[in-house]
Write a protein that binds this ligand. Structure first.
Ligand code: 5RP
Length: 222
C-alpha cells in the first residue's frame, strides 16, 4: 500500500466535484485523502454538501469544514475506497466495516468513483474476505447459512459497526460466481449488508508509481 498513490488517486477523483454538488464521502485511509483535499477546496470557497458513510468520516469531514447533510434521495457523486477492484469495476469493500452505509450511499449516487492504489487492483475479485454485516441476534443463523453457501465465516473479533452490528468475514472458493453469491447473501434474513459491489462503481481512479489511471465502466481504461 502506498500513501502517495492513494493521495494521487484521491486528488484526481475530486476533480470531478463541482460547486453545488451533494457528495458522498467514503470511509478508509484512501477516502481520507479525498476528504482532506475536499476540505481544502471548501475552505478555498467551493460550496458543496456531503453525506458521510461512517462516524469516522463524519468526524473527519466536520474537522476539515465540509458541510454534512442527512442522506437525501439522490447524491451527485460518491468517492470511496475499495479492498479489491477488477477491470470490470466489480469491487469488494468493507475491511473498514462501513460497507452497509457505503452501499446505501452508492445506491443513492448518480455516479460512484473508487479511488485506490495499485495494490487493490486484481484480475478477479474474491481473494479478499467478503464482510457480511450481521444482526447480533441472528449471528449463528447467518454464519450457518453462509457455510451452506460454501463460505467460511469468521466473526470479526471485538468489532461493532456504526450500527452496533457484528461482521462475519467470509472466505469463498476462488471460482465462486459473485453475482449469484451476492443475491444469495441478500436473501439471508439477518444479513444486513455485504461487501460485494458488483454494479455500483461507475469509474475507478487507480494510482501506480505516481501515475493515475481512470477506468470507466463499459469503456475500459482512459
Ligand atoms: C470501508 C471500506 C474501505 O473503503 C476499504 O476498506 C478501503 O480502505 P483503505 O482505503 O483504508 O484501504 O470499504 O468499509
Amino acid at each position: 500500500m502506498n500513501d502517495t498513490d492513494k493521495r494521487l488517486a484521491a486528488l484526481a477523483a475530486i476533480e470531478e466535484v463541482r460547486a453545488g454538488m451533494v457528495v458522498g464521502l467514503g470511509t478508509g485511509s484512501t477516502a481520507a485523502f479525498a476528504i482532506e483535499a475536499l476540505g481544502e477546496r471548501v475552505r478555498g470557497g467551493l460550496t458543496i454538501s456531503a453525506v458521510a458513510t461512517s462516524l469516522a468520516t463524519e468526524h473527519h469531514a466536520r474537522a476539515v469544514g465540509i458541510r454534512l447533510i442527512d442522506l437525501p434521495a439522490e447524491i451527485d457523486l460518491t468517492i470511496d475506497g475499495a479492498d479489491e477492484i477488477d477491470d470490470d469495476l466489480r469491487a469488494i469493500k468493507g475491511a473498514g466495516g462501513a460497507m452497509l452505509r457505503e452501499k446505501v450511499v452508492a445506491a443513492a449516487s448518480k455516479r460512484m468513483l473508487v479511488i485506490a492504489d495499485e495494490s487493490k487492483r486484481v484480475a478477479r475479485i474474491g481473494a479478499a474476505r467478503i464482510p457480511v454485516e450481521t444482526l447480533p441476534f441472528a449471528q449463528a443463523f447467518v454464519a450457518a447459512r453462509l457455510e451452506k453457501l460454501g463460505g467460511t465465516p469468521v466473526l470479526r473479533a471485538g468489532f461493532a459497526t456504526d450500527q452496533g452490528n457484528g461482521i462475519l468475514d467470509c472466505r469463498f472458493a476462488a471460482d465462486t460466481d459473485m453475482a449469484i453469491l451476492a443475491a444469495e447473501i441478500d436473501a439471508i434474513p439477518g444479513a444486513l449488508g455485504h461487501g460485494l459491489f458488483l454494479a455500483e462503481v461507475d469509474a475507478a481512479y487507480i494510482a501506480a508509481n505516481g501515475v493515475v489511471t481512470r477506468l470507466e465502466r463499459g469503456t475500459g481504461t482512459r
